[in-house]
Design a protein around this ligand. Structure first.
Ligand code: WQD
Length: 342
């Protein structure tokens, strides 16, 4: 009998890569997704890789009745990986209420139903944005959580706090928050990847789309930061390495190897790259010269963030195996395939 895992937002970018990883390790997966930022076609992409079609239910987690009904029908769920949330830093500064409604209430409804299960294991999709601009780099898990720079970052910080407080009063609930740095890249098959609806907010998908000719040039949001080349630095983690970290963390809880019933891990590479370095790396793997222009700094941006990954390396025995070039090449292959499909 396969262990059944619920993946909310499982048709999204990171979610779909985790689903494929879970299936490859013998788990039965059921996906909840409201399709607000994804497509049901992703199920075909997942199937083409794993040859197993996951169960899927189109549910809006803001609809509490649907959440209750789902868990009544699936009380055999042994673990939950919660991705479903809005994720644009910039959009959250324009429409904060959407972010509090989408990212906080559904977590509360989920936790309420998980609390009725015989096995209560939760992996929470958190973010390095909870650190704000850290004073000391690389960033450790016990770094001071400064004021997040956006409502999006606040919803991740609140989410962690809600789970931590619940774990403190309910030791049946065991949870891990994974604080991602910057996820990029796609599965090597190019059958799943980052589906950007509209103009990409994030750097790497925009760079890739500029390389393919969708955009004429890249706007670099600020070249006057006190970094070596004046542009912001981030820790870009291959989405497949990130997906593997989720399955490792889940198995840690299922096998009851966790020391605390609430744990937090940074998931990054430990190396920072500037915007200019990302552009150069893409030019190198693609042989395409990119045009760019320097614009004003973007509201909500921090200057530099990259992870201290020792905790995940030592305790989870997880290390990233793929390089920046692997990530950019896989993203490039995915984008070219998307263009052919249009
Ligand atoms: C990176 C750098 C921009 C676009 C993201 C996600 C967030 C979180 C962390 C998971 C910044 C610059 C960007 C462009 C640019 N992930 N840039 N021109 O802001 O670090 O946040 O990762 O939780 O959800 O949004 O990533 O790719 O948007 O920006 O110059 O067209 O690239 O200013 O310095 P960010 P990003």
């Amino acid at each position: 009998m396969k262990t059944k895992i619920l993946v909310t937002g499982g048709l999204g970018y990171i979610g779909s890569h985790v689903v494929v990883e879970l299936q490859s390790q013998g788990f039965e997966v059921i996906i909840i997704d409201d399709l607000s930022n994804s497509s049901e076609n992703v199920l075909d992409g997942i199937y083409s890789i794993s040859k197993i079609k996951p169960l899927f239910e189109k549910i809006d987690l803001k609809d509490r009745k649907s959440v209750v009904k789902f868990f009544k029908n699936h009380s055999d769920v042994k673990g939950v990986i919660h991705f479903a949330a809005s994720k644009s830093v910039e959009e959250s500064t324009i429409n904060p209420l959407k972010y509090y409604k989408n990212n906080v209430n559904p977590l509360i409804y989920l936790l309420h139903e998980i609390g009725k299960l015989s096995v209560q294991k939760l992996i929470f999709s958190s973010s390095c944005t909870v650190y704000g601009q850290a004073d000391i780099l690389p960033i450790k898990e016990n770094s001071t959580l400064k004021e997040p720079e956006s409502p999006y970052g606040f919803t991740k910080k609140i989410g962690e706090k809600i789970i931590k407080d619940l774990c403190a009063v309910n030791n049946t609930l065991n949870s891990v928050s994974l604080r991602y740095f910057n996820p990029i890249g796609a599965h090597k098959s190019a059958n799943i990847g980052e589906l950007t609806i509209g103009t990409p907010q994030n750097l790497v998908p925009f760079v890739i789309q500029t390389g393919i000719g969708i955009h004429e040039k890249i706007s670099i949001f600020g070249k006057d930061y006190s970094t070596p080349d004046g542009t912001c630095i981030r820790d870009y983690i291959h989405v497949v390495d990130l997906a593997k970290a989720h399955v490792i963390a889940l198995k840690r809880l299922l096998e009851e190897n966790n020391i605390e019933n609430y744990e937090v891990y940074n998931i990054g590479t430990g190396k920072g790259y500037s915007v200019m370095e990302i552009i150069s790396a893409f030019e190198e793997i693609s042989g395409i010269k990119l045009n760019y222009s320097i614009k004003e700094r973007r509201k909500g941006d921090i200057m530099s963030a990259y992870a201290d990954t020792k905790k995940a390396n030592l305790i989870l025995n997880w290390k990233p195996e793929l390089t920046l070039k692997d990530a950019l090449s896989s993203a490039w292959k995915w984008e070219k395939k998307q263009l052919k499909l249009k």
